[in-house]
Design a protein around this ligand. Structure first.
Ligand SMILES: Nc1ncnc2c1ncn2[C@@H]1O[C@H](COP(=O)(O)OP(=O)(O)OP(=O)(O)O)[C@@H](O)[C@H]1O
Length: 573
């Protein structure tokens, strides 16, 4: 019998980390679920030939300045000015939630059907295995070999949200977009005497946000529809062409805008990039489910908490400054810097949403660009002030709020706010270059964090580097070994290549130790499969099942044998 391989991973360390026993223990503990039929994956030739062809599984749907300003105060005219007419109370009246972030609400118009609630079995991704400190430096757990569960689960949820559809939807196809799913749930309102008018969005029109799939490229997009809008000037909609060229990692890219009557009215639709499971800063910081809800920044928090809050604020400031730099350089103004129009798409990762809409809607107003851009700075300051004070109404008592900022955070933050509210001491207009030089140290710090984050992701991805190849190889094994229809075909199963492959499989998967116990060594399996796929010249000893014969054979020869058998199978198929 083949002796156990010299693996760097101890059998003991792996005992608790092997798939099968744990998975079955989990399934035993889990009440049986009425699972939908498994997706039909077509594992045909393209995959086996190493091409990137991927057959989309059918996913079952489920519901839901370097100048100090310390002695200065804020110019009251700047504070009373409200460039965007932003009313922080409005979002509460206009109750909207992301259906993917919440469970079904029976009052919701679209998601009352319980029947298609079928979440993925995330419990299967729970971290398992012994604690790191029990292991020696050369030992690894299974989880060290694959992508972190939290990242995989996050990506799974996002993919699931992207693929979600609305069964029995009566929503029409719009232009080249189909499979519309509404993302902002308009809560059912009482009818008749108590009927209330449909709430208006930031844009002064009833607005709807749909996720939709493009039939040009198959990708998911956001369609933002404004009801009852008549385009009076053809030129207005062409502004979007300028916005299409604004490519910045902190701006939600706009792709198109068109008018339509498919909803039975005159609507204008803007097409944006879709970021699954994103939430607005309004939801995150001031929403009913906000984790900051009962938190009072400042005196009640310790220094570490204040430092964390400031770290988050600088991250927001740097990202918005980057977006504004690109937007202003393109001869445009953002006009939507407000909490309900900034999306959080990942931890501390924000993007300005809905750019271009005001430019189209208020085209006729023709306000000077410089004025609009200066309004962006004030809106920027209001946003940061309200988040720093954890109070959407912080602007109502700006001086008190600024005193609070001065007591709680570093002087740099206060100086930043004074600059965006008051402008430079020289009295000229604010400029992005001046602002950026003021916050240059924070830019470097954020750049550094983002490089660290890249390194973490790269090391995570490297763990999955070879998995695609190995799965294809395992599939070939599965196709070749133990074919019942060829069981009595002497030529197929008993001789040459197939015999070698069978012994190789025993060598890789069916090793036993001196006491005859199975050796479940994942590192041995992975290293054999990698050597086999590479076709190395390393030779191994394969032992027949009756222990009467030994064969010394290289991985290169074994690879050739697998290729030959697989091509014979595909010829017969
Ligand atoms: N580009 C996008 N990608 C993914 N989700 C989005 C995108 N834009 C909006 N959403 C989702 O749609 C929800 C509603 O967005 P919306 O901008 O209408 O916010 P709102 O608070 O309802 O603002 P308003 O009062 O103007 O309607 C957001 O909470 C967000 O989850």
């Amino acid at each position: 019998m083949a002796s156990p391989p010299q693996s760097k991973l101890s059998t003991k360390a792996l005992e608790a980390a092997v798939f099968t026993p744990r998975m079955s223990a989990l399934s035993a503990a889990t009440p049986p679920m009425s699972n939908p039929p498994l997706p039909q994956l077509n594992l045909m030739d393209p995959m086996m030939q190493g091409t990137n062809t991927y057959i989309q599984p059918e996913i079952p749907p489920f519901p839901n300045l370097s100048q100090t300003f310390d002695g200065m105060s804020i110019d009251q005219t700047a504070l009373t000015q409200n460039p965007y007419d932003y009313n922080p109370v409005a979002p509460q009246q206009h109750q909207q939630v992301n259906p993917y972030a919440h469970q079904n609400n029976p009052n919701d118009v679209y998601y009352a059907q319980q029947s298609y609630s079928q979440p993925l079995q995330y419990h299967l991704y729970a971290p398992l295995g012994p604690h790191k400190q029990n292991l020696l430096s050369y030992q690894r757990t299974v989880h060290d070999l694959f992508l972190k569960d939290s990242i995989r689960e996050d990506l799974q949820k996002k993919a699931e949200a992207t693929l979600q559809i609305l069964p029995n939807s009566t929503l029409p196809n719009v232009d080249s977009y189909h499979s519309l799913v509404p993302l902002d749930l308009h809560v059912a309102k009482p009818q008749g005497k108590n009927a209330q008018p449909q709430p208006q969005s930031t844009f002064g029109h009833t607005s709807w946000v749909y996720k939709a799939t493009s039939n040009k490229d198959g990708l998911a997009y956001i369609l933002r529809r404004l009801e009852g809008f008549r385009l009076s000037n053809e030129k207005a909609i062409r502004v979007v062409e300028h916005w299409k060229r604004v490519l910045n990692a902190n701006v939600v890219t706009v792709h198109d805008a068109f008018t339509t009557r498919v909803f039975g009215d005159n609507s204008i639709v803007f097409v944006f990039d879709y970021f699954p499971l994103s939430q607005t800063l309004q939801d995150i910081h001031f929403g009913p489910n906000s984790r900051y809800q009962n938190r009072h920044h400042g005196a009640h928090q310790n220094q570490t908490q204040n430092a964390n809050t400031e770290h988050m604020l600088w991250s927001y400031i740097v990202q918005i400054a980057s977006a504004l730099k690109t937007i202003h350089a393109a001869g445009l103004a953002a006009r939507t810097i407000q909490p309900n129009k900034i999306l959080l798409t990942n931890k501390n990762r924000i993007r300005i949403n809905c750019c271009s809409i005001f430019d189209v809607l208020h085209f006729e107003n023709g306000r000077p660009l410089l004025e609009l851009q200066q309004d962006d700075y004030i809106a920027f300051g209001k946003l940061i002030l309200s988040i720093a004070c954890n109070n959407p109404h912080a602007m109502h008592n700006a001086q008190k709020s600024m005193d609070f900022i001065g007591r709680t955070f570093t002087p740099e933050l206060k100086n930043f706010l004074l600059y965006v509210f008051n402008g430079p001491a020289s009295g000229g207009p604010r400029t992005m270059d001046e602002l950026l030089s003021m916050i240059s140290f924070q830019l470097i710090q954020n750049f550094d964090s983002s490089l660290h984050q890249n390194d973490v992701l790269e090391s995570q991805f490297s763990k999955e580097l070879e998995n695609g190849r190995l799965v294809r190889l395992l599939c070939k094994f599965g196709f070749i070994n133990e074919r019942p229809e060829f069981a009595h075909d002497h030529k197929w199963s008993e001789t040459g290549d197939r015999y070698l492959i069978m012994l190789l499989r025993d060598y890789i998967f069916h090793q036993v130790d001196e006491a005859g116990n199975p050796v479940l060594d994942l590192v041995h399996v992975l290293s054999c499969l990698n050597k086999l796929d590479a076709g190395t010249d390393e030779r191994i000893m394969l032992v027949s099942r009756d222990e009467q014969n030994c064969l010394i054979v290289s991985f290169r020869e074994l690879k050739r044998a697998i290729e030959a058998s697989y091509s014979e199978l595909s010829k017969r198929g």
